[in-house]
Design a protein around this ligand. Structure first.
Ligand SMILES: [Mg+2]
Length: 219
């Protein structure tokens, strides 16, 4: 049995919406913003509109004369620093390690941004390895990126293990295709019947870790 747990990064180990709110607060700081400006910044549900769409709105509202690509690049240069890994998540990862589990991160995104997030949040010291789609050359749900992540932790997925994530296609479907048990972080969303069905569901990373450690015989 492989005591391996792979985690997704965005909206699993780190809260993307919270990072956005911190960035938006910094963006607003020092600016004389009226209520309409603040609404553009804060009245957003990233689950609904997506980060790219929201940034496009902000660009059009605050910097319509600025080159869109440059605006987006500036955001991406700074945004990773606004990500945090909550203490209860770091404690959960430490608990997993103490229980003998190997831990990896498998994430889709740009190498520079995702590496910065993993570093700035302290996750680099809390896990045994990671794989980022841009540098791997394969994105979730392609099983290849899960195999790469596992290999970098010094293990492999052929004897089982877990994939924990919030995306049913990328994380759950991909994890299954790689031969892993899967834990879906539902974030209060319903589980669609026609989506990949996870082995288990959890409301938080801490709950997911509790479930894995308490029922290790399943893996
Ligand atoms: Mg995610």
């Amino acid at each position: 049995m492989t005591r391996l747990v792979l985690f997704d990064l965005d909206d699993t180990l780190v809260d993307r919406s919270a990072a956005y709110r911190r960035w938006a607060a910094a963006f607003a700081a020092g600016r004389d913003l009226n209520p309409a400006d603040l609404a553009v910044l804060h009245d957003v549900d990233l689950w609904q509109v997506g980060l790219f769409t929201q940034l496009s709105r902000i660009h059009q509202h605050f910097a319509p004369g600025e080159d869109a690509d440059r605006f987006w690049e500036s955001f991406r240069d700074h945004y990773p620093r606004y990500n945090r890994c909550e203490p209860q998540v770091l404690r959960g990862l430490a608990r997993l390690r103490n229980a003998g589990w190997t831990i990896g991160i498998v994430t889709n995104g740009r190498t520079v941004n995702q590496t910065d997030k993993i570093t700035f949040t302290g996750l680099a010291h809390a896990v045994d390895g990671w794989a980022i789609s841009e540098e791997v050359g394969a994105s979730k749900p392609d099983p290849a990126i899960f195999h790469t992540a596992a290999r970098r932790t010094g293990t492999d997925v052929t004897a089982g293990g877990w994939m924990v994530g919030d995306d049913l296609v990328a994380d759950i479907g991909g994890g299954q295709a790689a031969g892993l048990n899967t834990m879906w972080l539902h974030h209060t969303r319903p589980l669609a019947a026609d989506a990949p069905q996870p082995t288990r569901t959890a409301g938080s990373v801490a709950e997911a870790i509790d479930s894995i450690v308490a029922n290790a015989s399943v893996s």
